[in-house]
Design a protein. Structure first.
Length: 397
């Protein structure tokens, strides 16, 4: 029977980041880590106009710096120098700038393919091995850990199993881990856009009566669009011709970047807030979107997951016990409870506040946006939430 110390089920950005956060300490302890992933990583980075991107907070940069990975990531990371937040047709506007916050950038936008390649290439094969393409079909509790059965019926025993297999985790359901679910009755339309004017590192969060939209700066003067619309309207926008789509987007966004000239492939993602009711059991951790899947408009999901990753790695490496020790895992969960509650709450409240057209609420949020510009302490708090620094004393801005 094959055995490993830690089995990470899901070798995407969260799973690979955990392997990297653990690998130096794991090597010193003689631990072995297995990454199990259904989709093989590409052999090399391939530039693509339509590449999906992630918004990395300044706090995420600090974590990757600690792991010695930021320099290669930064080669294709577009810095967010300013964030412009507005409410279409109303007077409320606020601006956050890296200069005011005393940081080189409020965050960064990185293509997922580039980030993935950087992570995978940094893995030490003496510590981290791949089972790929492979899928875990069954998890069984046994003394001292879990037994994993893979799709080819091979089995693997481990002291610690980490579920990092995404928001629709079948294994989470198989283990009887319940979830709290709130459907937003919206879909996120994702695409890359080319404007006629340089974005100059400016990110836009624009709230409209039809739903919020974000335009984030990407390399090669592209912008990553996240446009939230309701059911059939989102489907309509995904299917209309390019000229009609750009015309509607221009009307919703305005001309702060000149004329919107090109849109790439459009993808729709139904939006639901999902939280696992259990994140740790003896010898088990639920991580990433399997633990909490957030609305993308506030850009907090992956950044929260990476803070979980760093906290979990710190807890495992500080303990003298085996990786699956329940006291160690409970300690990790308690340390992250406040960060998760505040980040999930912040994301959810922003979504609900700017997703309503009720006149009194709209007036209140406009006063709130105006107040952020007039009240430096409130603006500082908002900026620290956006930068992923709001609940972590170990991440400094």
């Amino acid at each position: 029977m094959n055995r490993t110390d830690i089995a990470i089920i899901g070798g995407g950005l969260v799973g690979a980041s955990l392997a990297l956060a653990l690998q130096a300490g794991a090597k010193a302890r003689g631990w072995k880590i297995v990454l199990i992933e259904p989709f093989a990583p590409g052999d090399s980075y391939q530039p693509s106009y339509d590449a999906r991107s992630s918004a990395l907070s300044y706090g995420t940069r600090q974590i990757y710096e600690r792991l010695g990975l930021w320099q290669p990531i930064a080669r294709r990371a577009e810095p967010i120098k300013q964030i412009h937040v507005s409410d279409r047709g109303r007077f409320g506007v606020t601006r956050l700038t890296a200069l005011e916050e005393g940081v080189p950038a409020l965050g960064y936008v990185v293509e997922n393919a580039w980030l993935g390649q950087t992570l995978w290439q940094a893995l030490d094969p003496d510590v981290v091995s791949w089972r790929c393409p492979a899928e875990v079909t069954r998890l069984q509790v046994q003394e001292g850990g879990y037994r994993l059965t893979l799709g080819d019926e091979t089995q693997l025993d481990c002291s610690l199993a980490v579920l990092a297999d995404g928001g629709r985790s079948n294994l989470r359901e198989q283990l009887g881990i319940g979830i709290r679910r709130r459907a937003y009755e919206q879909s996120a339309l994702i695409a890359n856009i080319s404007p006629s004017e340089a974005h100059c590192g400016m990110a836009f969060e624009r709230f409209t009566d039809d739903g919020p939209l974000a335009l984030l700066p990407v390399t090669d003067n592209r912008c990553a669009l996240v446009w939230t619309r309701r059911g059939m309207d989102a489907k309509r926008l995904a299917e209309i011709d390019e000229r009609g789509f750009l015309r509607e987007l221009q009307a919703a966004f305005g001309y702060r970047l000149g004329t919107l000239q090109q849109v790439g492939a459009r993808h729709l993602y139904p939006l639901t807030l999902v939280e696992a009711e259990e994140q740790v059991r003896p010898h088990l951790v639920v991580l990433g979107n399997a633990a909490h899947a957030l609305h993308p408009i506030a850009g907090q999901g992956f950044n929260l997951s990476l803070r979980d990753v760093q906290s979990l790695a710190d807890a495992l490496l500080a303990s003298k016990a085996e990786p699956g020790d329940f006291a160690t895992l409970r300690g990790y969960r308690e340390r992250q409870r406040g960060d998760q509650a505040m980040t999930v709450g912040f994301s959810d409240q922003v979504t609900k506040l700017f997703g309503t057209t009720q006149p009194l609420v709209a007036a209140g949020r406009n006063l709130g946006l105006l107040g952020l510009d007039l009240l430096p302490p409130a603006k500082r708090w908002f900026a620290r939430q956006a930068m992923g620094l709001g609940t972590r004393a170990d991440l400094q801005g």
